[in-house]
Ligand binder design. Structure first.
Ligand code: ASP
Length: 323
């Protein structure tokens, strides 16, 4: 018999709509407890409430605590489903991907409409996630996000719409599988995965987004907060306005790593442009380029990297060699 556990953390999938006011809020008991669905005779499903939080209240410390809870449960269970608010679901999924070292399926799911809203996707997504966990094909695929009949890798998925139930997309490579009435079909997977186990998340890593006319001011403000590292979502292939360069130089001179991703969600950052603030100059100055990650995910990876090492070259390798 397979044993799986559903870990609830909160979010809309745990909430109910007030029929009179239309407000959506948390409940005392999880509305999907005792999933009313007959999966198969030889499955035992347990449930555990880790948190009842809207996901904007979830921090990297909650994510790491959740990872440790999952590690404990994996000693006993064949797979895990985590229900989570959709706003920061992709960040929790990616942090779990970074720290968990397991071949067993770990699936995150959520809902865009609470359980008692018309057209709710809550129960449907939960049932789909349990079906994926039970599929032998879900082994060795890393942490997955299951929503709206699609399976996404934690690394590539992002919330693209504020309210549409088809919100979760992997813009660069698409979903890695789909869910049909009869089957769970995978068609590709990540080519490499490295786990970086950590005991704590204690570093200060802000994230900045570049914009036309950006100058050194905001970077100096961030520097004043004594960051351990900085992530910048740069422009296009990885360029910044030239007025940011003095502050960037100052931070790098202090041996504080700066990781650059692009604010474009497709393509790669690369040292193409040699003009002032262009990617070639940034790379020569020592900025670390990384690909396949959004700014928030690169920030989580830098938090994890900094728990393991303060050696800039090792941090560079963690980002540049693991695409
Ligand atoms: N604001 C909600 C949350 O992330 C949205 C959701 O769960 O879908 O908790």
């Amino acid at each position: 018999m397979k044993k799986i556990i559903i870990i609830h953390t909160g979010g809309t999938i745990s909430m109910l709509e007030n029929r009179e006011t239309g407000e959506v809020n948390t409940t005392n008991e999880h509305p999907l407890t005792n999933v009313p669905y007959n999966f198969s005779d030889d499955v035992m499903i347990d449930e555990y409430i880790a948190y009842s939080l809207p996901s904007p209240h979830i921090t990297p410390k909650h994510m790491l605590e959740l990872a440790k809870t999952i590690e404990q449960f994996l000693l006993e269970y064949d797979g895990i489903v985590v229900t989570h608010g959709t706003d920061t679901l992709e960040e929790t999924a990616y942090l779990l991907e970074l720290v968990l070292d397991t071949e067993k399926p770990v699936i995150l799911t959520g809902a865009m409409r609470s359980s008692n809203e018309i057209g709710s996707d809550a129960l449907y997504n939960l049932i789909s996630s349990v079906r994926v966990v039970l599929s032998p094909a879900a082994y060795s695929k890393g942490v997955l996000v299951v929503m709206n009949d699609e399976i996404h890798s934690a690394k590539n998925v992002t919330k693209t719409s504020t309210s549409n139930i088809a919100t979760f997309q992997s813009p660069q490579f698409g979903p890695i599988g789909i869910i049909t009435k009869e089957s769970i079909l995978f068609h590709h997977q990540l080519t490499s995965r490295t786990a970086y186990p950590v005991e704590n998340i204690s570093k200060n890593v802000p994230l900045l987004k570049a914009y036309a006319g950006m100058d050194s001011n905001i970077i100096e403000l961030v520097y004043g907060g004594k960051p351990d590292g900085l992530v910048i979502e740069g422009l296009g292939q990885g360029n910044l306005p030239k007025e940011t360069i003095p502050a960037i130089k100052q931070i790098l001179a202090d041996q504080i790593p700066i990781v650059l991703v692009s604010r474009s969600f497709r393509g790669a950052v690369q040292p193409t442009y040699a003009y002032e603030g262009g990617g070639k100059q940034l790379k020569e100055m020592g900025v670390i380029f990384t690909n396949g990650l959004t700014g928030p995910k690169a920030r989580l990876k830098l938090l994890i990297a900094l728990e393991n090492t303060s050696d800039i070259q090792v941090i560079r390798d963690i980002f540049e060699k693991d695409f």
